[in-house]
Design a protein. Structure first.
Length: 184
């Protein structure tokens, strides 16, 4: 992966398509995954990803360098999601990730996959304000400060929401464990 540095950003400001292509190559998958986690719909995520890059192209002049470029782009993506969210009813889609592993122990692989799916369902079941911070910090690798910048909230609020998310996740997973023990 090439780094999106100041020279690339300056080339974007000059309208150089090669710089725009580089940014898309570097960030498309990350933005798409972020929007997929928020929207839980691959079609919507793809549409919002395209809208994000159009908005980036049109608004590059507003980038002031007060945050990392990636954080600024995630902020655009998040605002695209919020606009879309106001206009739609969410259709929940089960997401399936494929692992490219050489399974030496199939039962262990299946158990691990089921546990990841269980955790993913629990995260996707969180209220939006909690799911957003978990996705940005744990799935997309942003710091709490960067997450706060994307969401337009104080860093303390991110920390508070993260604590709330962990509490809800813990309760949900413990409840599921209890139900599993009762049926066994």
């Amino acid at each position: 992966m090439a780094e999106i540095d100041q020279s690339v950003i300056q080339a974007l400001c000059r309208g150089e398509e090669q710089a725009y292509a580089l940014v898309i190559d570097e960030l498309h998958v990350l933005v798409y995954r972020f929007l997929l986690r928020l929207s839980r719909d691959s079609g919507i995520a793809e549409d919002l990803t395209q809208e994000t890059f159009i908005a980036l192209w049109q608004g590059i002049g507003s980038f002031r360098g007060r945050s990392r470029f990636k954080t600024w782009v995630f902020g655009i993506a998040y605002r695209q999601f919020l606009r879309h969210k106001d206009k739609r009813i969410v259709e929940t889609v089960e997401l399936v990730e494929s692992d490219l592993l050489d399974p030496s122990d199939l039962s262990e692989l299946v158990e691990e996959s089921q546990e990841r799916a269980r955790l993913r369902r629990a995260v996707y079941g969180l209220p939006d304000l909690y799911r957003e911070v978990v996705c940005l910090v744990h799935f997309d690798g942003l710091s709490y400060r960067e997450c706060a910048g994307v969401l337009g909230i104080p860093t303390g609020t991110v920390k508070s929401r993260m604590n709330g998310a962990f509490k809800l996740l813990r309760e949900t997973l413990e409840e599921q464990d209890y139900e599993i023990r009762q049926t066994a």
